[in-house]
Design a binder for this molecule. Sequence first.
Ligand SMILES: [Fe+2]
Length: 353
Amino acid sequence: MAYLKAEDLKPGMVLKSDFINERGSLFLAEGTTLTIHMIKRILELKISYVSVVLDSDVKEVPHPHKTTYEIKTENFLKAYNNSNIVVRELFESVQSGRRLDLDGIRETVGVFIELIYDDENIVPKLQRIHMSDEYTFYHSINVSLLSMLIGKWLKMPVKELRKLGYTGVFHDIGKCKVPGEVLNKPDNLDEKEWNIMKKHPVYGYNILKKNNVISKDVLMGILMHHERQDGSGYPLGLKGGAIHTYGKIVAVADIFDAMMSDRVYRKKRPPFQVAEYIADRSFDSLDPYISRAFLKGISEFFVGNMVRLNDGRVGKVVYIYPNQPTKPVVLAEGEFLDFSKKSDVTVVEILGW
Ligand SMILES: [Fe+2]
């Protein structure tokens, strides 16, 4: 890949690859058209080389070496793409009634364990990779990784993280038995269709139970990932302590990933809005212990990221209150904005997510 010296950047040039900020987080995504403000910020960050789409008369220079971030991103993408093939095969096996071959997924979950311990920027990468087509495969992988991350934040042992990884990958496998016209309907489901949809945790449980090698904890997690703390969930309407911990963890990961994704029936929401949604449900439908651990962990990804505000300004998240993970302090054009005290300004986008 060829690079241009940062001092030679001009407004209107288009980034050929992601631009990384000083914390190793994504700041500007591939395909972004550079503005004067962005170039100023790149120079402030003292980055020497940036990969841009060049006219033929501009001289490209070779980049001296790959950054740690680039190496980690390559590793991540390789693991992610491999897991996509494995998950796709699993879903196809269920649809065609073939025996499930679990060797691939065993290996994939092992790679995921390495990723969550090795790569502290996994969540921003996950969100960029999202595609609205083939949603089920990407969603299953994301929920698996996010569930394992939550397990890590809850200080669960690696053995448990592995089982959480399986629960995440398989949580929606029962949707293979839901007719396509119900599953992909762009409008609201009617009562009959909704009743069919609500059976997918039971379908998933039954499919995997036949396959004697899946542990009981994983089966329970799959069966209970739509149960809610206050009894408002399905299929059993269980409450609080009756819901398996894996079901509660996958529920949080599932909500976060689904709301962060574009779907046919709604647009994705900004990360702070999703975090706010989860925080609002921490004491009724979601387990407070799990959702607080998730919000604390996820908020650490926000610090240092550039954000766009509803008044058009771009700022940087400089602090997150430990007890208020959805209300950051943002530095924008020299002014510190404390969102725990402000209600007129909101974050509409995290740049680089
Ligand atoms: Fe589900």
